[in-house]
Design a protein around this ligand. Sequence first.
Ligand code: AMP
Length: 194
Amino acid sequence: MRLILLGPPGAGKGTQAQRIVEKHGIPQLSTGDMLRAAVTAETEVGKRAKAVMDAGNLVSDEIVNAIVSERIDQPDCANGFILDGYPRTLVQADAVEVMLKQKGLALDVAIELAVDDSAMVGRILHRAEEARAAGQPVRKDDNAEIYADRLRAYYKSTAPLIGYYHAKGKLKSIDGMASMDQVTGEIENILSAL
Ligand code: AMP
């Protein structure tokens, strides 16, 4: 099962991806997590990505495409994977089609978590507050000011993917404002019908 979760930052992609991981035993491939790990490890990619990420802008297609292509060659991806936060541009969407085709694979579905984005900044601030309270590191981009830039990047570059997957007959949209459990249930309905 190979699926993409789509939606603006704060829509709940990460939370839902975790639940799919637990239920279906396929890995979550979050380019945001992979890039943050590269920044922490101070790799070449991390050094190039850090300032861009801190400003809420998108890292280059070339970097993320290479990271994902390598990652899906790992044995734990053999039975499928969840793409979380990738693809995020039309160039990345085309790249993922090509890379999967070359590996003899294809995407099954792109699931859009449709949300009211005016509520998302509140969720992001809550996430930052929870991390702080738990003594965990707070993401540098989880604040109201940078969130506005992340949302702009979403509408400019990522939202067109909804039309892209619709045109391919791969899009399923669900109400991401429903409770977490309801969203999980909707996702399960989609996955069981594949
Ligand atoms: P996320 O954890 O998905 O919110 O991603 C955090 C940040 O990592 C984003 O604001 C971007 O700077 C960068 N990033 C993550 N995924 C991508 C991607 N697919 N393309 C470009 N930049 C990305």
